[in-house]
Design a protein around this ligand. Sequence first.
Ligand SMILES: Cc1cc2nc3c(=O)[nH]c(=O)nc-3n(C[C@H](O)[C@H](O)[C@H](O)COP(=O)(O)O)c2cc1C
Length: 356
Amino acid sequence: MFIGRIELPNRLFVAPMAGVTDRPFRQLCKRLGAGYAVSEMVTSRKDLWNSLKTSRRANHEGETAPISVQIAGTDAAMMAEAAAYNIERGAQIIDINMGCPAKKVCNKWAGSALMQDEPLALQIVQAVVDACAPHNVPVTLKMRTGWSAEHKNAERIARAAEQAGIAMLTVHGRTREQGYKGHAEYDTIAAVKAAVKIPVVANGDITSPEKARDVLAYTGADAVMIGRAAQGRPWIFGDIAHFLATGEHRAAPLTLQVKQWLLEHLEDHYGLYGEFAGVRTARKHIGWAVRALPGGEDFRAQMNLLDTCADQVRAVGDYFDQLAADHDRLPAPRDNGADLDDEEEQTAHTASCHEH
Ligand SMILES: Cc1cc2nc3c(=O)[nH]c(=O)nc-3n(C[C@H](O)[C@H](O)[C@H](O)COP(=O)(O)O)c2cc1C
């Protein structure tokens, strides 16, 4: 699997999720089997580049290559500048976001709203490709199937994007109008794959090894991208890799191993955000890790009241030690972790896109 000339170790990707796929989480997913991770969206607005939020997002210290940064915006020249800015800071791949349905982004005609204005979308694509070419940096594009059920133009945009020099396309199998509702469909992704020669990545509602296998087979896609199902379960990439290689499920991870992964993640997370913001933003990751486990909801409620790193680490350690006393291996999640249309996550996404 290649993006331009950059070779990837496998075809299991972590989806960019604003407020979630920061460097510590990307790094954890890569350690546990993801072959590629796209960073959260960085705004093309120059006035915000020095904000704490944007500079944290552009921090790639110690991250396993390739470093890929997603940019979002509405103006071709500004997007080209944003690409160059991120290349200077270490980006080896630039991803254009045409998939984000959050209101603010769409009101400003960015994210998936761009799919409704094909000439502008292609102007942006061309400007970013031209800005990246002298640096030998491939440009990829992430989009939805279209604007609405009546306007599914992913295939047309895909052909034009390939002509313009895009190196890889990711398609989330929903329209912009759907937000996160309903189900992802894979027919449009298969049509995009058949229409272009560049690699195509299938995304949307992939929650299990079987689903990954089936989506790969049905769409002919070169890779799958997983977002919400990796929240709290970053080892899903290793699970899928094992299943694709052997046709068998590997055992659930040891409970104490999961504890260790989570504590290492927290340490890295506090290192990036500091204590005040770190403890607060870590709550969602801890919540996702425990929500479907025995006593997880109660633990989550109590843990949300703690506001120091030391208390949070102690509480997480105690919770998993207790769980390990009864369960050598992590018990199967009560709902199989498949409640992906969760309101809370949708709100988190919208909020993150608003916060620029
Ligand atoms: C909390 C959250 C934040 C997201 N942020 C972004 C983003 O910044 N850029 C983007 O292209 N997509 C974003 N997405 C969409 C995901 O990349 C992905 O396309 C979508 O969640 C479908 O995949 P899944 O069903 O595996 O979660 C976000 C999704 C969620 C849930």
